[in-house]
Design a protein around this ligand. Structure first.
Ligand SMILES: NC(=O)c1ccc[n+]([C@@H]2O[C@H](COP(=O)([O-])OP(=O)(O)OC[C@H]3O[C@@H](n4cnc5c(N)ncnc54)[C@H](O)[C@@H]3O)[C@@H](O)[C@H]2O)c1
Length: 276
């Protein structure tokens, strides 16, 4: 893709899954990466987050593409820590052109005893964390005067919520839907500066969020005819899940100059999930 060489992307949740795929895909286009990940588990979740070794592996994969990644452990819920991590990367590269606010969590399965924690952890990460991410890097993006592209990772749940009474599932849909409002406000305001802002809404993606014991249990229940948060979910295309690289390919286009006219959109990357 023309024009990407020498640009810099700030990516959250870069330890594995889609965040790693974005880092590696963009590095292949000549982009340097400021990548952060929590590298720690969250008590209300039923599957593990990425580890420091995972984040180091992403940096190695970026290096194998001939680019550099400043990799830092940071939590998107902690604005000041996140800003400090971004600043370290910015000092290294001196510019930022792309922000991919990708870090996200959900609790799989039944509610915990502390349903408020289930709700708050998802809202704090998936909605407030995205605001923190944009807020941490936007001043330098604007000051650069070269425009930019911001991508917020939503979900099909942010276009249409699945029926649920689970605090985490309700919070997940509310947060992902909330991103659309945040995106629209920023996209309209920043358009005169050639800063584009879009949400993407993937269907199920093979990643740490889905390839784990908690999800396997739900899939087995659903296959046996049980009713749970994933039963009834199916794509229109005969494709069970996307690969993280499928999403990264779409995002690479979206942040490139080939998509220079695209802002303020909610892009369903959903194998027809929404039309089924
Ligand atoms: N996997 C799916 O089926 C699917 C579908 C639609 C949307 N999404 C969204 O895609 C995004 C990426 O998820 P994924 O599929 O790669 O799953 P994943 O669990 O493999 O990756 C998420 C990454 O975010 C990190 N993270 C979690 N909390 C964090 C925090 N507070 N601060 C910093 N990093 C944190 C994790 O350590 C992990 O590396 C998420 O926003 C998710 O909601 C996923």
């Amino acid at each position: 893709m023309a024009g990407m060489e020498g640009r810099v992307a700030f990516i959250t949740g870069a330890g594995r899954g889609q965040g790693r795929a974005h880092a590696v895909r963009l590095a292949g286009e000549g982009v340097d990466i400021i990548g952060i990940d929590i590298c720690a588990d969250v008590a209300s979740m039923t599957y593990p987050n990425a580890t420091e070794a995972d984040l180091r592996e992403t940096a190695n994969l970026v290096a194998a593409q001939g680019r550099k990644m400043v990799a830092r452990k940071a939590d998107v819920r902690d604005y000041h820590g996140l800003r400090a991590a971004f600043e370290e990367g910015y000092r290294e590269f001196g510019r930022v052109d792309i922000i991919i606010a990708n870090a996200g969590i959900i609790r799989m399965g039944s509610e915990s005893e502390d349903f408020l924690a289930d709700w708050n952890d998802v809202i704090d990460t998936n909605l407030t964390g995205v605001y923190h991410t944009v807020r941490a890097a936007l001043p330098e993006m604007r000051a650069g005067g070269r425009g930019g592209s911001i991508v917020m990772t939503g979900s099909t749940a942010g276009l249409k919520a699945s029926p649920s009474l689970l605090a985490s599932g309700n919070a997940y849909a509310a947060a992902k839907r909330g991103l659309v409002g945040l995106m629209q406000g920023l996209a309209g305001y920043l358009a005169p500066e050639w800063i584009r802002v879009n949400t993407i809404h993937p269907t199920g993606v093979a990643s740490g969020m889905t390839l784990n014991d908690a999800m396997r249990e739900l899939m087995e229940q659903a296959a046996a005819g049980g009713s749970n948060s994933i039963s009834g979910m199916q794509n229109a295309l005969p494709l069970q899940m996307l690969e993280a690289e499928d999403v990264a390919n779409a995002v690479a286009y979206l942040v490139s100059d080939e998509a220079k006219f695209i802002t303020g959109t909610e892009w369903a990357l959903d194998a027809g999930f929404m039309v089924r």
